[in-house]
Design a protein around this ligand. Sequence first.
Ligand code: FAD
Length: 379
Amino acid sequence: MEEYDVAVVGAGPAGSSAARAAAAAGARVVLLDRAEFPRYKTCGGGLIGPSTGALPVGAPVRMPITRASFTLVGDRHRERTSKAAFLAMSTRVELDQWLLDRAEAAGAEVRAPCRVGDVVDGAEHVVVHTDHGPITADHVIAADGTSSRIAKEIGVRLSRVDLGLEVELGTGNLGAEWHERIHLDWGPLPGSYAWVFPKGDSLTVGVIAERGRPGMTKDYLRRFVGAQGLDRQPVLHDSGHLTRCRTPDSPLGRGRILLAGDAAGLLEPWTREGISFAVRSGSLAGAIAARGTENIQEAYAAAIGYELVPEMVAGETCRRAFERRPGAFHALLFGTSVGWRQFCRLTRGESTLARAMLHPSVRMGVGALSLGRGTPTAA
Ligand SMILES: Cc1cc2nc3c(=O)[nH]c(=O)nc-3n(C[C@H](O)[C@H](O)[C@H](O)COP(=O)(O)OP(=O)(O)OC[C@H]3O[C@@H](n4cnc5c(N)ncnc54)[C@H](O)[C@@H]3O)c2cc1C
């Protein structure tokens, strides 16, 4: 049987970052993915500051964003601009291939397509069964996304699952209108929102809402595409994918196995931003697994607790407030210069939700909104 120090399952941002970190630390690493790369992944590809900050230098970016428009259920249109970019747009086809190449360049052996089945954690090592035969590793990092079998086996608990639906549209002659500009709409379903993210020759148009209302979520996407005047653009892709958030006490691994990214339910609960969580948790898991110490679970839980949990807690507070009073959020963030500046500071990574919430006035304001009475569309 082939033997490795670290086997990584899944080559999304979490898995490739884990493999790169482990290989860079000197471990013998294999990175396994069931897909043939480059592969499409349903995702807006929006990179906030913490994502670009956690990625290696030179990540493929299609377009910086300096302009934004916002609506509340199609109404109360606001427009804002910024001299400096506050977001960057990538395509996951390019970003994930580039991250895979970085892992390979660091020394990881890549096998894709290679589907992982059972993963058996033993006293001496882990046996990873694949459709190309078994592999043994001292440690395994499970970064196999929202449908992770390994996470299910370990017993990951989720506080929330959302359904994201997206269409990739050809930009056609709308390039100038969408140059360096995004549009966001706070939606009719509790906690839902929609986006247009430009990628140059294509536009990623999507909606996200709590799982369980697929018909209404689909209808929201259809109406949103029409409202943006995009219903005649050619459809290049039409797909859906889940996002999921862990409960605070959900396991981050077991024995010789660590969970990273979506597999662990590491995601910002309000915006459902997950790329920075995947890259950061993957990098931490890779570095810790490569050290090969006895107490990898404690070390990883402490690192995630320090690095990501405060942002998830703050994001959850914002989500509750946003679900109850989206109109108030809309008015505060995009109707005032202070709110807009704060939004840009957050998306650029100059501040974090957790740090913003330390400010007594922000904490009290968000707390009051989450307790206040409100309907999904009330201000
Ligand atoms: C509609 C939508 C829009 C989003 N937009 C954004 C956004 O704009 N910005 C942002 O930051 N986040 C966004 N997210 C969240 C983001 O896409 C995820 O958080 C991120 O992809 C998580 O990365 P990951 O590496 O954990 O998982 P993934 O990227 O899902 O990678 C998992 C990998 O595991 C592989 N795999 C699965 N099972 C097996 C198996 N059995 N054997 C081998 N390989 C396996 C898969 O092929 C896949 O390549 C969005 C999510 C959705 C649904």
